[in-house]
Ligand binder design. Structure first.
Ligand code: PLP
Length: 410
């Protein structure tokens, strides 16, 4: 959906007002009658007469046509996300059935057979799998790069068609120098895609920093309640049109029920991000004082890889970070996670509940080693924490007894 032109409001205000067009939340004789757009369940859309069918503006946003093009529930969510993305004015947002589908939709929009994709070595694992599988099968070559080496990255850009960035990386949380990477890629004419799931547009603005397409798994922070899966791409006008057509070619659609749940989550995203960021920082600071912990990989924490880039370029954090144990075994790390009472074991983040998962990136890295060069090679077992909305003092107490279980399991 295209964003309406509005005078700039503060983010908290935009989170409340975004996408709530009166014509989508009411009837012609009572526009804006309800706060939220109703759930429009529809595959068939009807025309009053043949003249109306002939008059239809074709493939334009915001017009009833057929169920695959959505209805006001999905249009309101897409428009809200556009309004929240600095630099997307005049463009729009495409919704996808998952974050992975959004990444795929964006890559299939910018790449052609014979092209080279540059992919950050700390990317979300399904993005790596997509490059090795689907993209390779369709004649796209992938070159992996160390996101913390901007100079080496610039040397890879000539001749490449596109780059997929992530900031910070999904497991090891390095924050690259995004302006340097984006600048080097744009200087060589690459299409620049950013998986912005960790920060959301509240914490980092890819388009305003010169990127072409901002990608999010809405499953995480926007939903916020661990009950719905969805993704989005947001771009200025030129790429938005192409993303939208490619998504239509792929026949992608999201359900109005899911869009309504997503809109509900969106309204409180700012408050949830603030709370989980503050709690994550408190937990990270405590872990950094522990003798069992070799390294805390938390973008908001001084000393974490790329913390200075986070401080310079980001306007917020989130609850997701990792920590590395001092030596130990995989079995002891499993004992630590099993001993946690307040953390679920699950591969996600952005929900109201805290989660813990093991992190083992050594086997999948190709351009940057794990453990990192500045780490002791014996320190390789890590845990990723997604901090939710619990009181951090309870989470810290839980981690304290779990670290004791780790020591006992050595
Ligand atoms: C979860 C996630 C995705 C995929 O999102 P789904 O909605 O689960 O498909 C993509 N990128 C990152 C960084 C993620 O954390």
């Amino acid at each position: 959906m295209t964003a309406s032109s509005e005078k700039p409001l503060q983010t908290a205000t935009r989170l409340v007002a975004a996408g709530r067009r009166p014509e989508w939340t009411g009837t012609p004789d009572h526009p804006g009658a309800v706060v939220n757009p109703p759930v429009w369940r529809a595959s068939t859309h009807l025309y009053p007469d043949m003249a109306a069918l002939r008059r239809h503006p074709g493939n334009a946003d915001g017009h009833f046509y057929y169920g695959r093009r959505g209805a006001p529930t999905q249009w309101a969510l897409a428009e809200a996300l556009t309004e929240l993305e600095p630099g997307a004015q005049g463009g729009g947002t495409v919704l996808y059935p998952s974050g992975v589908s959004a990444i795929c939709g964006a890559l299939l929009t910018v790449l052609r057979p014979g092209d080279t994709l540059l992919l950050t070595d700390n990317a979300y694992e399904p993005s790596r799998a997509m490059a090795r599988g689907l993209l390779a099968d369709f004649g796209v070559k992938t070159v992996w790069f160390d996101p913390m080496d901007s100079t080496a990255f610039a040397a890879l850009c000539p001749g490449a068609a596109a780059v997929l960035l992530e900031a910070p990386g999904s497991l090891t949380m390095e924050v690259p120098d995004m302006p340097a990477l984006i600048g080097a890629a744009k200087a060589q004419g690459l299409a620049v895609l950013v998986d912005n799931t960790w920060a959301s547009p509240l914490g980092f603005a890819p388009l305003a920093h010169g990127a072409d397409i901002s990608i999010m798994s809405l499953t995480k922070h926007v939903s916020g309640h661990s009950d719905v899966v969805m993704g989005s791409t947001t771009a200025a006008a030129e790429w938005y049109g192409k993303l939208r057509l490619r998504s239509q070619n792929l026949g992608l659609v999201v359900s109005p029920d899911d869009a309504a749940i997503m809109l509900r989550g969106l309204r409180t995203m700012g408050l949830r991000l603030e709370a989980s960021t503050a709690a994550a920082l408190a937990v990270a600071q405590w872990l950094a004082t522990r003798p069992e912990v070799a390294r805390v990989l938390c973008p908001m924490l001084p000393g974490s890889p790329g913390h200075e880039h986070w401080r310079r370029d980001f306007t917020g954090g989130c609850g997701l970070f990792s920590f590395v144990l001092k030596g130990g075994t995989a079995k002891a790390r499993d004992a630590l996670i099993d001993a946690l009472a307040l953390f679920g074991i699950g591969y996600s983040f952005g929900g109201f509940e805290s989660l813990a998962t093991p992190v083992d990136p050594a086997a999948i890295r190709t351009a940057s080693p794990w453990p990192r060069a500045d780490m002791d090679p014996a320190d390789r077992f890590a845990v990723r924490l997604a901090i939710g909305l619990e009181d951090p003092t309870d989470l810290i107490a839980d981690l304290e007894q779990a670290l004791a279980a780790w020591t006992a399991a050595q």
